[in-house]
Design a protein around this ligand. Structure first.
Ligand SMILES: [Zn+2]
Length: 268
């Protein structure tokens, strides 16, 4: 990216902050951000990867700002109760990458942070994915594990009920057998779901499910369509985007939607 373009981006983002602050756009104390990460590493980069140093900077910021990290059970209880800590946040990782153990876990431990990893049961122990020893080690230290299906399909496109059952129930039971506790939460692969999928998720005993819609969680949300704040690497201003998404999720969602609209127009 050219220097001028970088400069323009910085000016634009600064303007957005000033306007947002002027308009008093901020989170209310009952909105809970659910951060969504995938891979944390410095070698094999893709769109969903975040570098270890960026992740460390973000965790340090949460710590210094006084955030309290929740478990999904606490999130669900807090959404409907009044016992919220002052700055609650839920940290989640999707897919169960091995680098979560190698790179993210030591940083989470440093700050005694809770986090939740959504596992694809069929990929546990495969190349680049967590194995049971790593999972058991983290389970002893404030990391909880929940479901991300058997094989990571687009659930809304699945028409065979038996396949849906295998993805949602068999994978849940497999995780429960190894972990020794009830799996109550699901993250939809690709954030993909529809009304039928939501019904099935509920039928198979999950208490709530997470999407990739950008936003904080509130008591008004359908528990089977809880928003999250996706955090991934881009070429510039990763920390600034993290900070803006954490504090102004609605505003960032509007910007993202507008960007997608302009992109769609451009493509046509
Ligand atoms: Zn996934």
């Amino acid at each position: 990216m050219s220097k001028i373009l970088k400069y323009l981006c910085a000016v634009l983002i600064s303007l957005i902050i000033v306007i947002a602050l002027a308009l008093g756009v901020t989170y209310s104390s009952h909105d809970i951000p659910v951060l969504n990460y995938h891979q944390i590493n410095d070698t094999d980069f893709d769109a969903l990867t975040l570098s270890s140093s960026e992740f460390a900077a973000q965790m340090k910021d949460l710590y210094e700002e006084g955030y309290t990290t929740l478990t999904p059970d606490q999130l669900l209880a807090d959404l409907h109760g009044n016992n919220l800590p002052p700055k609650p946040v839920l940290i989640t990782f999707d897919d169960g990458y091995e680098d979560n153990y190698r790179n993210a876990y030591p940083i989470l431990e440093k700050y005694h942070f809770n986090a939740t990893i959504f596992l694809i049961s069929n990929l546990i122990g495969q190349d680049h994915y967590l194995n049971w020893n790593e999972i058991k080690d983290m389970q002893q230290h404030q990391i909880t594990f929940e479901g991300h299906t058997f094989s990571h399909p687009f659930l809304s496109k699945e028409t065979d009920e038996n396949v849906l059952k295998k993805e949602l129930l068999d994978s849940k039971e497999d995780l429960e057998k190894h972990l020794g506790y009830r799996i109550d939460y699901l993250a939809y692969p690709y954030g993909d779901y529809n009304a039928h999928v939501m019904e099935e998720v509920q039928k198979y005993g999950y208490r709530a499910a997470f999407t990739v819609h950008l936003g904080d969680d509130t008591s008004k949300d359908n528990p089977y369509a809880l928003p999250r704040v996706p955090i991934f690497q881009a070429y510039t201003h990763t920390f600034l985007r993290f900070w803006l998404s954490l504090h102004f999720p609605t505003l960032m969602n509007d910007i993202q939607t507008e960007k997608l609209r302009l992109f769609a127009q451009h493509e046509n």
